[in-house]
Design a protein around this ligand. Structure first.
Ligand code: GLC
Length: 544
């Protein structure tokens, strides 16, 4: 244990079941030292903002020592903070302050691959084919007469072959960038190392882990071909993500790893948890990652992918809720993250997109289970679509032309000029430029402004905590009869009933009989006994 180990926050071991977790994309949240990149002291300074927003926990994307080829998802030292983001001392101070404010801290664990700068990989490169150093990764001889072809037809998620050849003729596997070699999870040293890394951060007081590529660590024995790829049939293998089986994802054996991790998490007080970033062929297979002997949560990316229609949301919600009932773990809702186009833009961009994004937030926050909010969604930020190519840094951009930089632009906090208070007073640097249109979207510009997206999130999060039918895990979803294109469900705790209504019908609707409005994503007008809910709006009503 480190000397700084903070006390666990409370003894509520089940806090994660209904938590709202705020995703901090560290390099874009707040920059305390003025180098244009967000850092841990920046997060520490802004903790009061997050407490006032009303979230329960933060998930911090990787801040570990890294060459930053994939924005820190290429880890060279799992037990240290990259100087770009601060130091371990800064981390300890930040977590102590967070706990004092009642905020829990979840860190990102990247176990599928290391950085090519990790000492294990440097040792593997220096060692001969067949050496113990290479056995911790996936090295193989090539096919073809002289081994000039990759060992199989696997494709990197970032485009191109999943194999890179070394001067000595062998190939190594990387499901992402060549700077992210995949580990061999059938090697006992790999398993022991990550169990120790878990303990390292648990000892420092973290409340949980977000497991990166949680479905990827085990590859099918013999590394069999998929049978097609962009080179052979033009279809990218990654199109099967979440829809089909691939020999390098969602192998049954991966669950052994989580069954070994769970007792470690459970051996610490205060409810330490883990959430899987996992992609599986079906919601049923996804649910296998969660439960009493594996991980606590798995993001429902089907919810994120639902299209703007009542049927689409209803189907995804019903399926996810049914699976969570079977495994006894909560559903984990998410609308945006650092890998996906921001939902304002996905839902149509501009005014329409914002209206829908605000309604979707009320839908998500009324559902039972945990919800993850991606930094900036509480400000209604859209995707930045027109970043100049030369500023884009996502490694997949070079390989596929697709870039995730547009959802990673630094947060606007205040002021008239970009980067809008992202750095200290007077600092003009930011690793990606914020558009001029973000001046009016800054935290300062929205604070205290009735109807702003920030005040909507604050009001919804407050109600979620305070209303008995929303608080904790109370109240299952009861769907109500509605007009076509309208979603309505109630949750109840004793006599208190909260009803969430979302209007996806394309025409205004009159809502009557659900009680008084608690919070609404657009102005409601009274009509007769009820209220008019505008197009693309949502509202919560209560009866006690
Ligand atoms: C996950 C991360 C993504 C990263 C990839 C490789 O999908 O969310 O940002 O590029 O893993 O680590």
């Amino acid at each position: 244990m480190t000397a700084t180990t903070p006390e666990p926050l409370t003894s509520d071991d089940d806090w994660w079941r209904s938590a709202v977790v705020y995703q901090v994309y560290v390099r874009s949240f707040a920059d305390a030292n003025g180098d244009g990149v967000g850092d841990i002291p920046g997060i520490r300074e802004r903790l009061p903002y997050l407490r006032d927003l009303g979230v329960d926990a933060l998930w911090l994307t990787p801040f570990y020592t890294s060459p930053q080829i994939d924005a820190g998802y290429d880890v060279a030292d799992y037990r240290d903070v990259d100087p770009l983001f601060g130091s371990l001392t800064d981390f300890d101070a930040m977590i102590t302050d967070a706990h004092a404010l009642g905020l829990r801290i979840i860190v990102d664990l990247v176990p599928n691959h290391t950085s090519s700068a990790h000492p294990w990989f440097t040792a593997a490169l220096a060692a001969a084919p067949g050496s113990p150093e290479r056995a911790r990764y996936l090295f193989a001889d090539g096919r073809g007469e002289t081994g000039e072809l990759p060992p199989n037809d696997w494709e990197s998620i970032f485009g191109g072959p999943a194999w890179t050849r070394l001067p000595d003729g062998q190939w190594y596997m990387h499901l992402f960038d060549p700077a992210q070699p995949d580990l061999n999870w059938r090697h006992p040293e790999v398993r022991a190392e990550f169990e120790d890394v878990l303990r390292f951060w648990l000892d420092r007081g973290v409340d949980g882990f977000r497991i990166d590529v949680a479905h990827g660590m085990i590859k099918a024995e013999g590394l069999p071909d998929v049978g097609f790829n962009s080179m052979t049939t033009g279809q990218r293998q990654s199109e099967l993500l979440g829809k089909g089986r691939l020999p390098y994802f969602d192998q049954d054996e991966v669950h052994e790893i989580y069954r070994a991790w769970r007792p470690i998490l459970d051996s610490y007080p205060g409810g330490r948890m883990a959430v899987a970033e996992a992609w599986a062929e079906t919601p049923q297979r996804l649910a296998r990652y969660i439960g009493a002997d594996e991980l606590h949560q798995a993001f429902s990316f089907d919810f994120l992918d639902a299209t703007w229609s009542a049927d689409s949301f209803r189907k995804v919600i019903d399926t996810a809720l049914a699976e969570s009932t079977i495994v006894g773990a909560p559903t984990t809702w998410v609308l945006s993250n650092h890998d996906r186009q921001r939902h304002v833009t996905r839902y149509g961009d501009g005014e329409v997109g914002l209206r829908r994004a605000r309604a979707a937030a009320l839908l998500m926050l009324a559902l039972p289970g945990a919800a993850y909010v991606y930094q900036g969604e509480e400000l209604g930020l859209p995707e930045v679509l027109d970043l100049p190519d030369e500023l884009r840094q996502d490694p997949s951009f070079l390989r596929t032309g697709e870039s995730r930089d547009g959802c990673r632009v630094p947060i606007p906090w205040s002021g008239e000029l970009a980067p809008y208070g992202f750095g200290p007073e007077g600092s003009e640097l930011s690793w990606l430029p914020a558009p001029a249109t973000w001046r009016g979207l800054s935290v300062a510009a929205q604070t205290g402004v009735p109807g702003s997206t920030l005040e909507l999130y604050r009001a919804a999060l407050r109600a979620r905590h305070e209303h008995p039918a929303l608080a904790g895990t109370a109240g299952g979803v009861v769907w109500l009869e509605t007009e076509p294109g309208v979603l309505a469900f109630s949750r109840a705790a004793g006599p208190a009933v909260l009803t969430c209504v979302v209007n996806l019908s394309g025409a205004e609707v009159t809502i009557d009989g659900y009680g008084q409005p608690v919070v609404a994503s657009a102005d409601l007008t009274e009509r007769g006994e009820g209220h008019v809910l505008p197009v693309d709006a949502a509202a919560w009503f209560e009866r006690r």
